[in-house]
Design a protein around this ligand. Structure first.
Ligand code: BDR
Ligand code: CA
Length: 307
C-alpha cells in the first residue's frame, strides 16, 4: 500500500464538508493529523461542534482546534441558506464528549506542522482565514507545508456572486495572502465541483448501506446545493478525491490572483492565456473531472466504511 499522506483539514462543516471529513478520516491512504475550524457555512461555534461530532461518529481520535470567527477585513456572511441553521441539521448526533484543543487553530497548525517530520498537505475546504494568519504570523513554519489543496475558486461563473465562489468570497483578503504565499496550491474549484453531482441513484444507494450512509442521507435531505433528485453538489469531497485519485482530474498550471474589491470581489482571476506572468504559475487548477468516476468512488467508499 502507498505511504499514507499526512494532512490537516481546515473546514467549516457544512454538509459537503461532512462528507469530505468522513471520507478522509476513513481513508487508508490519508492520515488526518489535525482538524481546524473556521466560520463559513455557519458560525465557528457550530462548525467546531460539527467537527467534533463527525470525529466521534467515526470513532477517531483526531485533535480539533477552533479557528477564526470572522474574516480578516470584510463582514462575515454565512451560507446557512444552503447548509441549514446548524450546518448539519437532520441527524441526531450525540453531544460530543471530547474537548477541542485549548489553543487557537493557528497555534495548532503551527505546532502540528513544526512537530511532523514529513511535510504536511493542508486541505482547505472553508474560508482561508486560518491559513492566511498562519502565513503572516509564522512564515517560516508555513514554508514547511508541502502543498495546499483547496476547494474554492472558479475560472468562470461564481456560486455566491456572478464571479465569486463562496470560500474565496467569504474572506478574499485571506485568499489573496494564500495565493501570494509561494506555497504550491491545487485549486479544486467550481469548474469541477459543480459537475460533481452526487446523483439521485447514488444518494439512494448509500441510504441503506449502513450507519454512515444513513447519517449522510439524513443530512443530505437538508442540503440546498442542488437537489436530492437532480443531484447534490459534493464540492469539498472533490478535494479529497484529488488527494487519492489525481488521475481522475484534468489540470492546468496557471497564475491565479484574487480580486478583493468591487463587483468581482472574491473572483479567482486565472491568467489562462499567460498574458501577465511571464510563464510563472502559482496554482494547479482542476479543469475537468469524470462525473461517473466521482459517483462510483463516493458510493463505493461510503458503502465500504460500514461493511
Ligand atoms: C464551498 O462553499 C461552502 O458552502 C461549501 O462547503 C464548499 O466548501 C462551495 O462553494
Ligand atoms: Ca466547506
Amino acid at each position: 500500500m502507498k505511504r499514507k499522506e499526512k494532512i490537516i483539514i481546515d473546514t467549516d462543516p457544512g454538509i459537503d464538508d461532512a462528507a469530505a471529513i468522513i471520507i478522509a478520516l476513513n481513508h487508508p491512504e490519508l492520515d488526518v493529523r489535525l482538524i481546524t475550524t473556521v466560520m463559513g457555512n455557519v458560525n465557528v461555534d457550530y462548525t467546531t461542534n460539527n467537527a467534533l461530532k463527525l470525529v466521534e461518529f467515526c470513532g477517531k481520535d483526531v485533535p480539533i482546534a477552533r479557528g477564526a470567527d470572522s474574516p480578516l477585513i470584510r463582514e462575515y456572511e454565512d451560507a446557512s441558506y444552503a447548509h441549514g441553521e446548524t450546518g448539519m441539521d437532520g441527524y441526531n448526533f450525540p453531544e460530543p464528549k471530547k474537548n477541542i484543543l485549548n489553543v487557537h487553530a493557528v497555534e495548532a497548525l503551527r505546532n502540528t506542522i513544526e512537530i511532523e517530520k514529513d511535510p504536511i498537505t493542508l486541505v482547505a475546504i472553508g474560508a482561508y482565514t486560518n491559513i492566511a494568519l498562519l502565513i503572516k504570523l509564522y512564515p517560516e513554519v508555513a514554508k514547511k507545508v508541502k502543498r495546499i489543496v483547496i476547494m474554492g475558486g472558479s475560472l468562470s461563473i461564481g456560486n455566491t456572486t456572478s464571479s465569486a465562489e463562496f470560500n474565496v468570497y467569504a474572506d478574499p483578503h485571506a485568499a489573496e495572502i494564500m495565493f501570494k504565499s509561494g506555497i504550491p496550491i491545487v485549486m479544486v474549484g467550481l469548474d469541477v465541483t459543480t459537475k460533481a453531482l452526487l446523483s439521485f441513484d447514488s444518494v439512494v444507494s448509500i441510504k441503506d448501506s449502513g450507519r454512515t450512509g444513513a447519517m449522510l442521507h439524513d443530512i443530505f435531505k437538508h442540503y440546498r446545493s442542488a437537489t436530492m433528485t437532480n443531484g447534490l453538489r459534493m464540492h469539498d469531497a472533490c478535494a479529497i478525491l484529488y488527494l487519492v485519485h489525481p488521475e481522475l482530474f484534468e489540470t492546468k498550471e496557471m497564475f491565479i490572483e484574487i480580486c478583493t474589491e468591487g463587483p468581482a470581489m472574491g473572483a479567482t482571476v486565472g491568467d489562462i492565456r499567460n498574458a501577465y506572468h511571464d510563464g510563472k504559475t502559482n496554482t494547479t487548477v482542476c479543469t475537468d473531472l469524470d462525473i461517473d468516476s466521482f459517483n462510483n468512488w463516493f458510493v463505493d467508499f461510503i458503502k465500504n466504511i460500514d461493511n
